[in-house]
Design a binder for this molecule. Structure first.
Ligand SMILES: *Cc1c(COP(=O)(O)O)cnc(C)c1O
Length: 423
């Protein structure tokens, strides 16, 4: 079922709400998330996990809006966080500290301290230096920190180079060949309690082969570690399952979990999954208004009021997002080849290039699909453009879950130094 579809009159709806209605009240650009789509994505995991000793920690970095996090938390999700800021979000959304996993390659002592003070459930350590630091911080607090070590299984996830994380040359995790040494160190540190192993091999994976290969390698490691005397009760598989942007055919959640169940059969580990993109990506769109159309010599530019500061994925990852008009074009409408670009002063500021779209004119609304993950969270206010608001639709209701800041609010956080004359 599609949660974003044209109604009988040709207006694009998010569930039971016309996007033009939201645009009329909220202005453009804005992000719109479908609660139904979020729940449906969650449900795929919940159903496929029945009978497994497994849990889902939603990776907040994909979309950390409090309403989105709370929606998953209310359904039983834990959280995978990469900063104390995200920890605060997970806690503020009501996710219990025990269900929070803390990942990341560069956690500061102050962040580790805050995480331990909050009582979070598990810290995935990514280096020997971090083992030592965490041990010292835990000692200061008089607590024992439950840890896994994130190992880098040296697997090519066959995804965009900027979102592959499990190859030897990536900064993440500890090389699987050095992992035994790290566990030996962890075993000697008195304030750490080893509970398992973690991996996360990349993002937007569209085949299961890299997972199979990575799990096989980590499985071998787990056997060795147990022989070395370590207790390995948990296996954190990470996230990374891909979604549809263009014509990808990512595996179903059910087939992914089946594969993991098969490859971990008999290990006796509790499994953790950390999906981000798969839970939110297709559940969100970015809606923008055409400012003007500029015919050029080699191509036509459709200048819209959303830009790279709102959605940086096309610029950063060469990502392809489907773009459709919010008002369905007539079937006989002529198409034009165009670039959809924003107003930001960068040639890299585009949402799409060389697209054949039904002719657009000033004032038309467009919808960028699959923008629910790594969209609003990566937005900036470059060019002093206010962050696009976020709207959550649930059935026929909608609410602004992050308002657009006013320019006054944006300016008010800045200061003149005391030695300057007042403006
Ligand atoms: C980013 C990240 C995830 C989520 O990745 P997705 O591709 O969005 O599923 C999970 N675990 C860790 C450690 C991450 O860094």
């Amino acid at each position: 079922m599609s949660f974003f579809a044209y109604d009988a009159t040709g207006d694009m709806q998010a569930e039971g709400v016309a996007l033009k209605t939201i645009a009329g009240q909220v202005g453009t650009p804005f992000y719109c998330y479908s609660a139904g789509a979020l729940r449906a994505a969650w449900q795929e995991f919940a159903v496929a996990m029945r009978g497994m000793n497994a849990s889902v920690c939603y990776a907040l970095k994909a979309n950390s809006n409090l309403a989105v996090v709370k929606l998953f938390g209310d359904l039983g999700a834990g959280a995978d966080i990469v900063s104390v800021g995200e920890m605060r979000r997970a806690l503020a959304a009501g996710i219990p500290a025990k269900k929070i996993v803390y990942s990341g390659v560069g956690k500061k002592p102050s962040e580790l301290m805050a995480a331990l003070q909050a009582g979070i459930g598990q810290i995935n350590v990514e280096s020997s230096a971090e083992l030592e630091t965490l041990n010292a911080v835990a000692g200061q607090l008089g607590v024992k920190a439950a840890i896994t070590i994130r190992v880098n299984p040296d697997i090519d996830a066959a995804t965009h180079e900027k979102i592959t994380t499990g190859r030897k040359e990536n900064k993440f995790g500890i090389d699987i060949d050095l992992a035994r040494e790290a566990y030996t160190l962890a075993g000697k540190l008195p304030n750490l309690q080893v509970v398992g192993v973690a991996m996360h091999i990349g993002s937007q994976l569209t085949t299961l082969d890299p997972y199979r290969d990575a799990i096989a390698r980590v499985r071998g490691l787990i056997t060795q570690l147990r022989a070395d005397g370590h207790r390995i009760d948990r296996f954190d598989i990470g996230g990374g399952l891909g979604i549809v942007y263009a014509d990808e055919q990512p595996p179903s959640v059910a087939s992914f979990l089946q594969l993991v169940a098969k490859e971990t059969d008999g290990l006796g580990c509790e499994l953790t999954f950390e999906p981000g993109r798969r839970l939110v990506g297709e559940a969100g769109v970015l809606v923008s208004e055409v400012i003007l159309v500029k015919p050029g010599v080699s191509r036509t530019f459709v200048v819209v009021d959303a830009a790279m500061n709102d959605l940086i994925r096309p610029t950063l990852y060469e990502a392809w997002h489907d773009i459709v008009p919010v008002r369905r074009p007539r079937p006989d409408a002529a198409t034009i080849r165009c670039d959809i670009v924003g107003p930001v002063c960068e040639s890299g500021d585009y949402l799409a290039q060389n697209r054949d779209l039904a002719a657009l004119s000033a004032g038309d609304l467009i919808m960028v699909r699959s923008a629910g993950a790594y969209g609003a969270v990566m937005a900036s206010s470059y060019n002093t453009r206010p962050l696009a608001p976020e709207v959550l639709v649930d059935g026929t209701r909608f609410a602004v879950v992050r308002p657009r800041p006013s320019i006054d609010e944006m300016l008010s956080s800045e200061r003149f130094p005391p030695w300057m004359e007042p403006a």
